[in-house]
Ligand binder design. Structure first.
Ligand SMILES: [Zn+2]
Length: 185
């Protein structure tokens, strides 16, 4: 009886110690693995890099819009407009499901530089171009989206029926300014 009790205590103690040391080894190995794990590329982007990625994507959207404009106007390579630079941009959300981007940008034909308006529906790396127009000096159509959610000075074609977004007088409450994210960690 005494022997049995002693044996049981010895057995339990041995198992407990073995498990504890085994756990400790596993935990140390886990910490080493974690410290050797490469950090994700997302975390490595600085604010400047994120801004450049955003600007590059916006330029691709504007290039797509201008390409569509040149095609619709039957302008071949010699006469077609060439993208120069972005001037203004707005991101508009309507009804929480419709997303639009409005742009002003300049483009060159020959030696003359002109101001353009474009509306695109973003779809990741690509977009659907819903409107691209060359603006005349007196063009300044109404857009409640740019007024409420983006840049109120962004200029639009004279007739607001040629672009889909910007007709709802609302603000989208959940837009987050990505620049305000805390990158301190
Ligand atoms: Zn607008």
């Amino acid at each position: 009886m005494v022997f049995t009790l002693f044996y049981c205590r010895y057995y339990i103690q041995t198992i407990t110690e073995w498990r504890w040391s085994d756990l400790k080894k596993d935990f140390i190995k886990h910490l080493e693995d974690e410290s050797n794990r490469p950090r994700t590329t997302e975390r490595e982007h600085s604010k400047e890099e994120k801004m450049k990625l955003h600007n590059d994507l916006m330029e691709r959207y504007m290039q797509s819009a201008l390409k569509k404009y040149n095609t619709e106007q039957n302008l071949d390579e010699d006469l077609g407009f060439e993208f120069v630079k972005a001037i203004k941009e707005s991101f508009i959300v309507e009804g929480a499901v419709n997303f639009y981007r409005h742009f002003n940008f300049t483009a060159m034909q020959g030696s003359a530089i002109h101001l353009f308006f474009a509306e695109v529906i973003p779809d990741g790396e690509s977009c659907d171009v819903s409107c691209c127009r060359l603006l005349q000096d007196n063009h300044n159509g109404r857009c409640l989206g740019c007024k409420n959610q983006g840049d109120p000075d962004l200029r639009h074609p004279a007739s607001d029926s040629v672009y889909a977004g910007g007709h709802e007088d609302s603000t989208f409450p959940f837009l987050i300014d990505s620049d305000s994210e805390d990158d301190s960690d």
